[in-house]
Design a protein around this ligand. Structure first.
Ligand code: HEM
Length: 807
C-alpha cells in the first residue's frame, strides 16, 4: 500500500487535493475523540456509518441561523426552528445496535414517534384466561397462603410474593387533591357547530362538526375524597380537550363567579372552609365559624355567597348543572386578533336542584348519589349533554362596563352580552378504572392551545401556577403528564428528561436545543406554535400590590342575582343562610354577615335576621366610593328556571310502590308507559324480591322501602289494590316515602285505592298543586299529565301551602 504524506497541521490538504487522509477505520466509531475528516463511504460498518451520517446532519447547520431572530422586534414572531435532515434514522439513534431487536426492545422508533401519547388502548389490561403473576410476571402458584417454615412455623422473610403484594398495598393511596378531592368523571367528545376561524384558531373550533375527545371531572370543593356528594358546595366542572394541538383544560365551576379577587387569598379561603383545625369538623360543610369569620371580613365574596346559598349549590345531578370558565379568557385568531370571552356550559336536561332537606337525607342514604347518577346514566345510554356558549366582547366594550371584566367576582350579564352557542359536549363512556383515570387526571388552567389565551385576572394568574405545583406532590414527580389519562393525543417531543417514573424511552443522544447532532430536532415551531397574545403592558407602571378601583364594588351583582331569582329560589337562599348561620357559634360573626347582607337586599337580610332571632345591624360600610351604576337590575338567565331543559323525563328516577295485593296489571301499564319515555323505573317493595300481586301474578321488587327511601326518587306512583294499600298504610317507611316526596315538592300519582296511602301520610295538596295527581285508572291522558308534571322537576309553589308546612 503506498504511503500517504501526512498533511501539514492546519492545511486543508484533503479538500484541496481530493484525497482521503488515512485514519484507522475503528477511529470512526469511538464514543470519544476521532479523526478530523469524515469516514470514507466505502467503510461498511454501522458505527462508522452513523458517525458519517451524524457528520452530514451537523454539516447541514453550519451556524445557528435563528439566533438573530431572538432579539429586538423579530422576537415577537418566533422563527421556525432550524433543522437539518439526517440521511437516515441511524443518525439520530442512541445506539447503532437498535436493530438487534428482541421481543422486549422491539425495533427502532418510527421517525417522530413518542409512544407515550396516543389512545388509551395501549395501556388497557384485561385478565381473561391469564394466570395471576407477580409484578415481575412470575406466575403465583398459591395466592392464599404465606410461605411458612413448617405448618405452624414462622412466616419467612424470603417470601417475595407476600412481600411484594403487601408492599404494593401499603402504598396504594396517594394524597388527595388539596381542594376538589371528591369527584367523578367520564369520557366523551366535544363537537363544534361551526368553524370559528374568524375568532380563534383553537383546534376544536377549526371546522363545523369537528369532534375532539374530552375527559370531564365534576367535583365538590371542600369535602375529602370520601365525603358525601350532596354537600352544599360549589361544583368543579373541569374539561380536558385532547385537541390535535395539545391538551386544553377548561377548569371551571358550576357558578360563574368566585369568592376572592386575588390568588393571594386562596389559601386563606380554603383554610377557612375546610374542617376546623382543632377538631377536624365539620366535614364537607361551610356552616361553621371559621368560614363565616373569613367571609364576613371579605365582602368581595358577597356575590359568590349568593350563588352558594342558592339551589345551584345542591344540584340534582352533575348532568343538570351549568358550567362556567369564570375568568375572562381570550380567543385569538390566526392573524393574532383577540376578543375577550366568557365560557358557559348549559345542560340539555336543564338546571335542576335538590331541596336542602332532601340533600341532607340523601347524604346518609346514598353518599355517592351524584357519582351513581352519572355512572348509571352513561351505562344506560342516557348520555349527558351540554351546549358550549361564549360571550364575546372587545376590550373597548369591556372598558365601558360598570365593573371590571378582570374581576372574577363579577359576571357579564347576558342582557349586555348574549351567549353564542358554539358546540356541544356529550359524555358517553365511563372510565375503566377510577384510580387510573378519575383520580390520576391532572387538570391545569395553564394547559391552553393556540387560539386560547389568558387575561390579567389576578386570580387566574395564581391558578396558572398552582395546579402543576400541587400535582408534583399529588402525583409524585414531574412526569405525571405521561400518565395515560393526562398524555395528549397530539405528539410530544422536547428535551425534558428524567425525573421520577419516567416512561418515555428517548432514542437519541441529544437532549438540548440548539443542536445539530440531532438535526436540530425537535425544533421550535415558530409561528406554528403557541404564541401568547401580545397584551399591552403599561408603559411606565411600577411594581405594586393592589387592586383596580373598579374591583371595590362588592354588592351590586349580588343584588342583581337575588332580584333575578324566582320567589321559591329567594326563599331557599334565605333558608340556606338561616341554616348556615345557625351553625355559627359566635354572635358577632352572625352580626357581621347580616350587616354585609343588608347591602344586598333589605327584605332578605330582615328575613334571615328574623330566622336567627337577631335585630338587623347597620349595613357594612362599602369599600367603593361612588361606584358606577349597574347596567341591568334584572337578569332572568340567572334563575335556574330559565333553563328548564328539553321537557322530557329520560333518566328520571320513578318509584312504583308494590307489595302483596298490588294490582300487577296497573303496575305494568304504568311502568311500560314510563319506560317508553326512558324514565328509570324501580319497583319498590317492603322487601326486594317477589310479592304476590292481587291478580295472581308475582311482582319482583328491585328495591326496598327502607333501603331506597323516597328522597332518592324524582317521583312516586302508588298503584291500587286494597290489601296492598292496607299494608303500606301500616308501614312507617311507606308513609315516610310519600311524605318525603311531598315535602320535597315532587310529583305523586295515586291510582285507585292508592290515594289512601297519601291521605294516611297527611299529604293534603292544595287545589292548585299539579304535582299530586289522583286517578281511578292509569288512562293515557292521566299518565301524560303525570309525565308532564315529572318533567317540571319540582312543584315549589307547594312550599307556600299549609299542607306542606305540616308534613
Ligand atoms: C387562586 C385561586 C385558585 C387556586 C390557587 C386553586 C387551586 C387548586 C388546586 C391546588 C386544585 C387541586 C388540583 C389537583 O390536585 O389536581 C384545584 C382543583 C380545582 N380547581 Fe382550583 N384553585 C383556584 C381557584 C379556582 C377557581 C376560580 C375555579 C373555577 C373557575 C377552580 C376550579 C377548580 C377545579 C374544577 C378543580 C378540580 C379539578 C379536577 O377535577 O381535578 N379553582 N384548584
Amino acid at each position: 500500500m503506498p504511503r500517504r504524506k501526512t498533511p501539514q497541521s492546519g492545511a486543508p490538504s484533503t479538500r484541496d487535493s481530493g484525497a482521503t487522509p488515512f485514519a484507522a477505520e475503528s477511529a470512526f466509531r469511538q464514543s470519544s475523540g476521532g479523526p478530523a475528516g469524515a469516514p470514507h463511504a466505502r467503510i461498511d460498518d454501522a458505527g462508522v456509518a452513523r458517525t458519517r451520517e451524524v457528520g452530514q446532519t451537523v454539516d447541514g447547520m453550519p451556524y445557528n441561523a435563528g439566533k438573530a431572530s431572538e432579539y429586538g422586534p423579530d422576537a415577537a414572531t418566533p422563527a421556525l426552528g432550524q433543522t437539518s435532515k439526517s440521511p437516515s434514522p441511524l443518525a439520530r439513534a442512541s445506539t447503532v445496535r437498535e436493530r438487534n431487536d428482541t421481543p422486549k426492545t422491539g425495533g427502532p422508533a418510527a421517525p417522530g414517534l413518542n409512544a407515550v401519547t396516543g389512545d388509551l388502548s395501549r395501556v388497557r389490561a384485561d385478565a381473561e384466561g391469564t394466570p395471576l403473576t407477580t409484578n415481575q410476571g412470575v406466575p403465583v402458584a398459591d395466592n392464599q397462603n404465606s410461605l411458612v417454615g413448617g405448618m405452624r412455623g414462622p412466616a419467612l422473610l424470603k417470601d417475595f410474593v407476600l412481600r411484594e403484594k403487601i408492599t404494593h398495598f401499603d402504598h396504594e393511596r396517594i394524597p388527595e387533591r388539596v381542594v376538589h378531592a371528591r369527584g367523578s368523571a367520564a369520557h366523551g367528545y366535544f363537537e363544534a357547530y361551526d368553524a370559528l376561524g374568524e375568532l380563534t384558531c383553537a383546534a376544536p373550533f377549526a371546522e363545523a362538526g369537528k369532534r375532539t375527545p374530552v375527559f370531564v371531572r365534576f367535583s365538590t370543593v371542600a369535602g375529602e375524597r370520601g365525603s358525601k356528594d350532596t354537600a352544599r358546595d360549589v361544583r368543579g366542572f373541569a374539561v380536558k380537550f385532547y385537541t390535535d394541538q395539545g391538551n386544553w383544560d377548561l377548569v371551571g365551576n358550576n357558578m360563574p363567579v368566585f369568592f376572592i379577587q386575588d390568588a393571594m387569598k386562596f389559601p386563606d379561603l380554603v383554610h377557612a372552609v375546610k374542617p376546623e383545625p382543632h377538631h377536624a369538623m365539620p366535614q364537607a360543610a361551610s356552616a361553621h365559624d371559621t368560614f363565616y369569620d373569613f367571609i364576613s371580613l371579605t365582602p368581595e365574596s358577597t356575590h359568590m355567597m349568593m350563588w352558594l346559598m342558592s339551589d345551584r349549590a345542591i344540584p340534582r345531578s352533575f348532568r343538570m348543572m351549568q358550567g362556567f370558565g369564570v375568568h375572562t379568557y381570550r380567543f385569538v385568531n390566526a392573524s393574532g386578533v383577540s376578543k375577550l370571552v366568557k365560557f358557559h356550559w348549559t345542560p340539555r336536561l336543564g338546571t335542576h336542584s335538590l331541596v336542602w332537606d332532601e340533600a341532607v337525607k340523601i347524604a346518609g342514604a346514598d353518599p355517592d348519589f351524584h357519582r351513581r347518577d352519572l355512572w348509571e346514566a352513561i351505562e344506560n345510554g342516557a348520555y349527558p349533554e351540554w351546549e358550549l356558549g361564549v360571550q364575546i366582547f372587545t376590550e373597548a366594550q369591556a372598558d365601558t362596563f360598570s365593573f371590571d371584566v378582570l374581576d372574577p367576582t363579577k359576571i357579564v350579564p347576558e342582557e349586555m352580552i348574549p351567549v353564542t352557542p358554539i358546540g356541544r359536549m356529550v359524555l358517553e363512556r365511563n372510565p375503566d378504572n377510577f384510580f387510573a383515570e378519575t383520580e390520576q387526571v391532572a387538570f391545569c388552567v395553564a394547559n391552553v392551545v393556540p387560539g386560547i389565551d389568558f387575561t390579567n385576572d389576578p386570580l387566574l394568574a395564581g391558578r396558572i401556577h398552582s395546579y402543576v405545583d400541587t400535582q408534583l406532590t399529588r402525583l409524585g414527580g414531574p412526569n405525571f403528564h405521561e400518565l395515560p389519562i393526562n398524555a395528549p393525543l397530539a405528539p410530544v417531543q422536547n428535551h425534558q428528561r428524567d425525573g421520577m417514573h419516567r416512561q418515555t424511552v428517548h432514542r437519541a443522544r441529544v437532549a438540548y436545543d440548539p443542536n445539530s447532532m440531532g438535526g436540530g430536532c425537535p425544533f421550535q415551531a415558530g409561528s406554528g406554535g403557541y404564541i401568547p397574545f401580545p397584551e399591552p403592558v403599561p408603559e411606565r407602571g411600577v411594581e405594586m400590590r393592589g387592586k383596580p378601583a373598579r374591583f371595590a364594588e362588592h354588592f351590586q351583582q349580588a343584588t342583581l342575582f337575588y332580584e333575578s331569582q324566582s320567589p321559591a329560589e329567594q326563599r331557599h337562599i334565605i333558608d340556606a343562610y338561616r341554616f348556615e348561620l345557625s351553625h355559627v357559634s359566635v354572635p358577632g360573626i352572625r352580626r357581621r354577615m347580616l350587616s354585609m347582607l343588608r347591602n344586598v337586599s333589605e327584605p332578605m337580610a330582615a328575613a334571615i335576621a328574623a330566622g336567627l332571632g337577631m335585630p338587623l345591624p347597620d349595613p357594612m360600610p362599602p369599600a367603593a366610593v361612588a361606584p358606577a351604576a349597574p347596567e341591568v337590575d334584572r337578569s332572568p338567565a340567572l334563575s335556574m328556571q330559565a333553563h328548564p331543559g328539553d321537557g322530557g323525563i329520560a333518566s328520571r328516577k320513578i318509584a312504583v310502590l308494590v307489595t302483596d295485593g298490588t294490582h300487577a296489571e296497573v303496575v305494568k301499564v304504568v311502568t311500560r308507559t314510563l319506560l317508553a319515555q326512558q324514565a328509570d323505573v324501580r319497583l319498590v317493595g317492603e322487601h326486594v324480591g317477589l310479592c304476590a300481586a292481587a291478580d295472581g301474578e308475582a311482582l319482583d321488587a328491585d328495591a326496598a322501602l327502607d333501603s331506597h327511601p323516597g328522597f332518592l326518587f324524582d317521583a312516586v306512583v302508588v298503584p291500587p289494590g286494597e290489601p296492598a294499600v292496607d299494608r303500606l298504610c301500616a308501614n312507617g317507611h311507606a308513609l315516610e316515602f310519600v311524605r318525603h316526596q311531598f315535602r320535597h315538592c315532587k310529583t305523586l300519582l295515586a291510582i285507585g285505592e292508592g290515594r289512601r296511602l297519601l291521605d294516611a301520610a297527611g299529604v293534603m295538596p292544595d287545589d292548585g298543586d299539579t304535582g299530586v295527581r289522583y286517578t281511578a285508572t292509569p288512562d293515557p291522558a292521566t299518565l301524560e299529565t303525570f309525565i308532564a308534571a315529572v318533567a317540571m322537576h319540582r312543584h315549589y309553589g307547594r312550599e307556600e301551602s299549609a299542607a306542606w308546612r305540616s308534613v
